[in-house]
Structure formats: C-alpha cells, structure tokens
Design a protein around this ligand. Sequence first.
Ligand code: PLP
Length: 373
Amino acid sequence: MDLFDVYSLFDVTPVKALGCKVWDKDGQEYLDLYGGHAVISVGHSHPHYIEALTEQLSKIGFYSNSVINPLQEQLASRLGAASGYEDYSLFLDNSGAESNENAAKLASFHTGKDRIIAFRKSFHGRTSGAVALTDNPKIVSPFNAHHKVSFCDLNDLDSVETELMKGDVAAVLIEGIQGCGGINLPTESFLQNLEILCRKFGAVLILDEVQSGYGRTGKFFAHQWAGIRPGIITMGKGIANGFPCGGILISPEFKAVKGMLGTTFGGNYLAMAAALAVLDIIESEDLINNALKVGEYLKANIPQHPSIKEVRGRGLMLGIEFNTEVASIRRKLLFEKHIFTGVAGANMVRLLAPLCLSMEQADQFLESFKQVL
Ligand code: PLP
C-alpha cells in the first residue's frame, strides 16, 4: 500500500533528535528552527520527558474517561497556576483542530446561537468544522462551506461590530498571533475592544493559542500581552511536545453538562505524563523567558537586505517576509546550512524554534542566513 500523497516532502529522513538538533539517517546534524510546526516546545527527547513517558507506560497507558484519572487533575491544577487561569476549567482532547471544534460547539451550546466570526488569513485546523473556520479557499470542501462562519479583516473592529449587531453570533474566534496566515498580530487595543464587544453582544471570545501559546511569545499565551481574559482558550501543539494532545480552558461562566463534550483518547495517561513533564521543564528551565530573550535577539539581528520586506512576530514566533518567493532560500538553509525553517505563504520564512533555543544557536542561524542571502 502507498501513502496517500498529500504532503510535499523534503528529501530528509530524521532518525534522532536532542534539544534543538536533529540527525538524519546518514548522521548529518541539523539545527531545528521549526520544531515540526511549533510542536517541540521543550526540545526534542528531553531526558525528563523520556523518563516521565517511559515510567508512565510501565504503569498504565490507557483507560477511558469513565474513571478518575488523577493525572488530568494534576495537569488542570498545574496549568491553571502556570497560565494564570486557576479559576477556569480544562477539557482535554487530542489536537488543535479538535480544540477549536470543541470551543465552537461549547460557545454555541452556551449562547444558543449558531454563527461564528473568524478572521481573514486565519488557520484553525483540518477537521471539517475547523476548516470551515479557516480562511483558505484551497482547503474548503462543499461540505465545510455549509457551516455558518463570517470572516472579518484582522484589526477591523467596525466590521466585527457590524456582524455582532445582527444578534446571531455565538463566538468570535481569533489566533493569538496568526501563524499559517503569515505572522499577523492583532493589536492590543483590537483584542481589548473585541473583549468588550463580545461581552456587550453576548458572544464568546475564543482565543486560538494552538500555535502562539505555551510560552512561545514570552507570555504563557500571546493574548496575555493585551491583558484580556477570553471565554475559551484553545491549545495543542507544544502542550505535550509531540505526544498528540490538545485542550481548552473554559471560563467559570460556562456550565458543564454531562455528555456535552467527549472523547476517547483525550486526556489519556501517556498524554498527561507528557504534558506534565512539559510544564516541569518549562518551569525548571525558565523557557518562557528564554523564548522572549532569544526570540527578540533573533528579530533584532535579522540582517537588513533589499529583498526582505518586514520581520514580524514575538518571542520565538517570527516571520521574515520577502518581496520574492522563499522556496530557494529555505532549500539552501536546509541542504547547504542544515537548518530547518518553516514557511507561511510563498514569501515568508517562518521560525518556530523550540523554546530552549540558545543564543549560540540563534547566532548560528543568523550567520548562515546572512550567507544564504
Ligand atoms: N490552530 C492553529 C492556530 C494552528 O496553527 C493549527 C495547526 O497548525 C491548528 C489550529 C490545528 O492544529 P492540529 O493540526 O493539531 O489539529
């Protein structure tokens, strides 16, 4: 049987990784400034992470959500303290898309309304509901298009208010920083006014922090730079450093009803052991401050070049926008300098390094990048 051929693949076969380094099957070392789409938060194969998962697997790997799982309770309590959301509740699932679907569903249960406002250039995942919430015509099937979603321009408060005034909006869904759409930042005042408008019109503000959360921008969640408190926050990617896991934080205003949400795998013992180990490492290695320090150093030192239009982002969520297509730059970085980077659209190199990236590794990238330019 062949694999269904939907991914464009680089001809690299990673077989080993540690921290921000990856080795391929021929022993070639790479610097990882992408972390597999922002998934590797605390670094590859951290010894504490390996130990936690191995130990958990030797005890119990899985049982269903019909019994008490103390690891879920531990994670809720640790996550509440780490993020400043002690008074919120946690629902666990398996991915970013699933988190956004659960958030949309919960908002619609809570408000009794059925339309969602999302933003142009947004990305919220690949399941049907999440695709419907995503502004990318290439991935919308006829089925997805049936969902009731309206798109507004990022930072255009008037257009959001116009939609909210129609009275049928369950939620406004926005990324902490738009990732796949090209590292576009909502302004702090836009987020603050969005919170006020959602309250006024009885809509739930949902912050998608799947990519921008978990310390990546130098705060636990990117929206915390604006000092707002959304109704629901969605998580995925870095939460368990590559073990599939997602979740949503839910404000105390929501009432849980038995059976309202559910999942087979969400919150399983292995995912919980991984997620707890991630929080241990983030805290013991002060990785949120490291992400801010190294990220801002990188941003300030990206070389000026006539083909670079703008450098955007915060902490270790950075986009280098070019006037031209970046495919050849990325290939050179990968095959000549042995550095993994990401992309957003045709013209942007996207950097989503593990939060443990060192200053020396940042310098290694900057030097290589200069040479490639
Ligand atoms: N939301 C955002 C902002 C994302 O960047 C992504 C993935 O890139 C998702 C949701 C979907 O996450 P997953 O692929 O885990 O379903």
